[in-house]
Design a binder for this molecule. Structure first.
Ligand code: ZN
Length: 559
């Protein structure tokens, strides 16, 4: 299909139009006299959702790329308002699909996994919690606005939290110390508000769960996240393995880094720094990064070459840092234009820019190779699978890092694997914390901080804080997932464990590891996570013994 992103025309889809078209299809579905006829209606429903998603995605990318453009800001506001209504219609349609008299036939076409997903999503939603959900969204927005409001004076500049970020990992310890003091000052100034917002969020989510008949929000969240492949007990086994086998290796790793940095003790302000000079950064301009990306993917495989050329040809990157752009980075899909993957980011001269070429392109590559699948359900992947695609691509592209980092490529690889490995205990901590919080919705802010502090002692025992804010067990307040995407975090830990397995496989036989990875990408969301891993020759991180094995292998390699 011929198109360029900048030339795609935009037209709003109103809620009236959506509802009208959906109603016609819902009636048609009810009256369909066979499974085959229902599948035909299902295709039309997917097309309608595609039309809506295309309009919504275009508006939201263009708004993110220029927040002062009044036209797209109004469009974004419009969709934010109508989205719950669109979801309610979707829910109504899903119920019909799920209760269809031709269910067995439908299952044979769009897959058993799709039906399991629908079952889970129906359990986690009901019209009666819509007003609570709206209140929840408002609280999340309030949290984001509060953090975005930070105006920190530093080095003669006024910075927000993300711009301050680069000083927090400065090679000069005095600079990062001063930057952290400023950050602490800001968090102390909004501490009570942060506690209040979280308290309301926890109580709101607890109420939603109870309205739906769940004992706790934890239970509801597993349905909401579509965790069809594992439950709370399995996650607990994983976290315990991490505590027993992975944390000791990670601690040795931190100590090795401490020596490299020439420090007597590793303080919290040294956590994100890997070398005495600071962290390796890409050399050259944004154009150089793209040129390197092109060279890398051309060499890696025929599929990645085709992918990257396609991305460039259709202008599917919006990644340069600019004033008036929203923070953050993501990959999304433009449904009506070939299901084209699209990458949004903000280049800032750090190694994070290369992550766009490796991590975000990992997501986009998987979207690209599966873009022509007949049913959207085949690509309805859960987060641990999606992050396995992207985090593994970070390792498959490691051998090309000279293209980006020149003489610092080895340093980058050292930083990358240490960072990847040491992330897992932190991620588990975020997950366990949320289990504790939602199991105990009556907790006071002080009790929550005490719980966090206790987890820090288990997962990151080396950690020393000098300041009165982060040192008091309040570090979790800067982790936006805890406020905005509850229970979304263990996914990264599971995915990282799989990516590290791919890493050890590619050390043994790169070509074979790549073939398995490609096959795993192509399976998309067609099977259960554990089965797809098995097909790729990997162990499931939720199986006993997997974390122990990978900890040993990676430990042997990097210690
Ligand atoms: Zn990702």
């Amino acid at each position: 299909m011929e198109f360029r992103f900048s030339e795609i025309p935009y037209k709003r889809m109103t809620i009236e139009e959506y509802k009208e078209r959906a109603q016609v299809l819902i009636d048609e579905f009810k009256n369909a006299a066979s499974g085959e006829a229902q599948i035909e209606v299902h295709k039309k429903m997917t097309a309608l959702d595609g039309d809506f998603s295309t309009a919504y995605t275009l508006a939201s990318i263009r708004h993110d790329a220029n927040t002062v453009d009044e036209f797209y800001k109004a469009e974004q506001d419009y969709y934010d308002e109508i989205l719950p209504q669109v979801q309610a219609v979707g829910n109504e349609y899903q119920k019909l699909l799920y209760d269809s008299p031709y269910k067995e036939y439908l299952k044979s076409v769009i897959g058993e996994i799709a039906f399991k997903q629908i079952e889970y999503s129906l359990k986690a939603f009901d019209e009666k919690i819509v007003s609570l959900m709206q209140e929840e969204n408002a609280l999340v927005t309030k949290y984001q606005a509060l953090l975005a409001s930070a105006k920190i004076e530093f080095n003669g500049e006024v910075l927000n939290l993300s711009l301050l970020g680069k000083y927090l990992v400065d090679g000069d310890r005095e600079v990062r110390k001063a930057a952290n003091e400023k950050r602490v000052e800001f968090f102390l100034s909004v501490k009570d508000e942060l506690d209040e917002i979280y308290d309301q969020l926890v109580k709101n989510r607890d109420k939603q769960a109870k309205e739906l008949g769940f004992k706790t929000y934890t239970e509801m969240a597993y349905y909401k996240m579509g965790r069809i492949a594992y439950d709370r007990e399995a996650v607990e086994v994983f976290r315990n393995e991490v505590k027993t086998y992975l944390v000791p290796v990670a601690e040795k790793l931190h100590d090795k880094r401490r020596v490299r940095l020439g420090l007597d003790k590793l303080n919290a302000i040294d956590e994100g720094v890997y070398f005495a000079y600071g962290n390796p950064a890409p050399q050259g301009t944004a154009d150089d990064i793209f040129a390197a990306g092109k060279e890398m993917y051309s060499d890696l495989s025929a599929e990645t070459k085709e992918f990257f050329d396609y991305m460039l040809e259709h202008e599917l990157f919006e990644v340069l840092g600019r004033k008036n752009k929203n923070a953050g980075g993501y990959m999304t899909t433009i449904h009506n234009y070939d299901h084209a993957p699209f990458i949004y980011a903000n280049f800032n001269g750090t190694s994070g820019d290369v992550d766009v070429m490796t991590h975000e392109c990992g997501h986009a590559f998987q979207g690209f190779v599966t873009r022509n699948y007949e049913f959207a359900e085949f690509n309805n992947i859960t987060m641990e699978t999606a992050e396995t695609h992207s985090m593994s691509m970070e390792f498959f592209t490691e051998k090309y890092m000279e293209l980006f980092f020149k003489d610092k490529a080895d340093d980058y690889r050292t930083m990358h694997i240490e960072d990847a490995f040491a992330f897992i205990p932190y991620g588990c901590m975020v997950d366990e914390f949320q289990h504790i919080v939602y199991d105990n919705p009556q907790f006071t802010p002080a009790e929550r901080n005490a719980a966090w502090k206790k987890l820090e002692e288990q997962y990151k025992p080396h950690l020393v804080f000098d300041d009165e804010y982060f040192g008091s067990g309040a570090f979790w307040q800067k982790q936006k997932h805890i406020y905005c995407y509850p229970f979304y975090y263990i996914d990264y830990c599971l995915a990282q464990t799989c990516a590290l397995q791919f890493k050890t496989k590619m050390d043994e036989n790169y070509a074979d590891a790549w073939d398995k990875y490609l096959a795993f990408c192509l399976e998309s969301g067609k099977d259960y996570f554990g089965s797809m891993l098995k097909n790729a020759g990997l162990k499931s991180p939720l199986e006993k013994g997997c974390v122990e094995e990978i900890s040993k292998k990676i430990g042997d390699r990097i210690l």
